[in-house]
Write a protein that binds this ligand. Structure first.
Ligand SMILES: Nc1ncnc2c1ncn2[C@@H]1O[C@H](COP(=O)(O)OP(=O)(O)O)[C@@H](O)[C@H]1O
Ligand SMILES: [Mg+2]
Length: 284
């Protein structure tokens, strides 16, 4: 067989609606998207444009009414071990230690489904490797409430990686972290995704974050939620923080920000405000 390899994720004319057909919210409409194996794709757009819905639909947590979502050419009919999600609120089990949180689901599966000691051993070995990779060894026996937000999010990412998912779906995972911790997490997740060869779909409302992490940036627009444009990031794949100051980075950032203002109606609001204040000045 010739031709390019099949994309690992493919959305075709995807539509998602919440509520009644006539009066409900058109959260996604006509979404066409192909994500290649090993790609780091970031998704930005104003709040309410359907970013979370797109990610959750690919994750099999939200059903669709039009079109199709495929993983490796197979229709998505629900969640699967090939996909793992990471959210902004770390959603860890507070009564389990760091190690137990990371091991929980996979070792449970090993115990209840495979029931072989080798699969349990493999799970334990992987959790140790992930503890080391995420820099969590020192807090292995701590509970989540004893950790900073950045550390908790490392645990959540390690837990998501535990089942060797081929696709990592991340919904504003660093949104609650301070700027410095976020920069550390950015370099960590780039490193980890390369090592694990994961395909990552990463949602954020932060354009700088989207460009720094992404090989491509997908810009979504609201009402109905749709893809407005896709921007290839003109930077080497090995990123360094200094690149954020490069002309290519800044040019793409201002182009995307401008487009978000246009598509979200914010610019029209500002234009209207400007006209009103000119009128008021005329009155007084
Ligand atoms: N479970 C739901 N029930 C009803 N409406 C929803 C639901 N989830 C999302 N929506 C609506 O769908 C639209 C897209 O939401 P969302 O995907 O959360 O956007 P984003 O993540 O870009 O902020 C919004 O108008 C939102 O109010
Ligand atoms: Mg969201």
């Amino acid at each position: 067989m010739s031709g390019p390899p099949l994309p690992i994720v493919r959305c075709r004319s995807l539509g998602v609606r919440f509520g009644e057909a006539a009066s409900g919210t058109r959260a996604l409409e006509g979404v066409d998207l192909e994500v290649g194996e090993g790609e780091f794709l970031t998704i930005v757009g104003a709040s309410g444009c359907g970013k979370s819905t797109l990610l959750r639909t690919i994750g099999g947590l939200v059903g669709y009414c039009d079109g199709a979502v495929e993983i490796d050419g197979h229709l998505v009919r629900g969640p699967g071990v090939d996909r793992a999600m990471v959210f902004q609120n770390y959603s860890l089990y507070p009564w389990l230690t760091v190690t137990e949180n990371i091991r929980f689901t996979r070792t449970l599966r090993a115990f209840t489904q495979d029931r072989t000691s080798s699969s349990v051993e493999a799970a334990l070995a992987r959790s140790d490797a992930l503890l080391a990779l995420m820099g969590l060894q020192k807090v292995a026996h701590a509970h989540p409430n004893q950790l900073s937000g950045g550390m908790q999010q490392r645990v959540a990412i390690a837990r998501a990686l535990m089942g060797r998912p081929r696709i990592l779906l991340m919904d504003e995972p660093f949104g609650a972290l301070d700027a410095q911790t976020r920069e550390v997490m950015h370099d960590l997740i780039l490193h980890v995704s390369r090592l694990e060869r994961s395909t990552v779909l990463f949602v954020t409302h932060d354009v700088e974050e989207a460009i720094y992490l992404g090989g491509r940036v997908v810009l979504m627009a609201p009402q109905p939620g749709r893809i407005d444009s896709v921007h290839a990031v003109p930077l080497p794949s090995l990123r360094t923080q200094e690149m954020k100051l490069s002309p290519e980075f800044l040019r793409l950032k201002s182009r995307i920000l401008e487009r978000i203002r246009e598509t979200s109606g914010m610019r029209t609001d500002l234009d209207l405000l400007a006209r009103l204040s000119i009128q008021e000045q005329g009155i007084s």
